[in-house]
Design a protein around this ligand. Structure first.
Ligand code: FES
Ligand code: FES
Length: 156
């Protein structure tokens, strides 16, 4: 089984790791780096629970191989808070009860973060479009959309 050395940054920290060629980015994050905030819902690119930022773009980590992140910059849900402080987007999810069981929340936060990074003042339609790949079985989605709207309003 082939193994490869990769270098990358995750949540701002430089890292080097040895990965097998078949290991997914999702398994690598959770099992080798211990970054278990990124969730495994379906393993097939359907649910969005595993969404991370890869060079600023949201991707399903279950569909990316770990070897593909060589030289890349990754952000996971663990990288959203700074110095123990939630970022405004995370606080908005709390304020609007945008999270219930929480399983979808890391992926939705990352997808919403990607949207607000490229479009700080999205319409409701743009929010829905940005989150179309993220499934939530609990909230009914409106609270999530309200949270993203609020974060945009407050510059989050
Ligand atoms: S676990 Fe990756 S999309 Fe569902
Ligand atoms: S809060 Fe439970 S799946 Fe979204």
């Amino acid at each position: 089984m082939a193994a490869h050395t990769i270098t990358f940054t995750v949540n701002g920290a430089p890292e080097t790791a040895l990965v097998h060629s078949h290991t997914t980015l999702l398994a690598f994050l959770r099992e080798q780096l211990g970054l278990t905030g990124t969730k495994n819902g379906c393993s097939t690119g359907e649910c969005g629970a595993c969404t991370v930022l890869l060079n600023g773009e949201p991707v399903n980590a279950c569909l990316v191989l770990a070897v593909e992140i060589d030289g890349a910059e990754l952000v996971t849900v663990e990288g959203l808070a700074h110095d123990g402080q939630l970022e405004p987007l995370q606080q908005a999810f709390i304020d609007h009860t945008g999270t219930q069981c929480g399983f979808c929340t890391p992926g939705i936060l990352i997808a919403a973060r990607a949207l607000l990074n490229r479009n700080p003042d999205p319409t409701e339609a743009e929010i829905k479009d940005a989150l179309r790949g993220n499934l939530c079985r609990c909230t009914g989605y409106m609270r999530i959309i309200d949270a993203v709207k609020d974060a945009a309003r407050t510059g989050g």
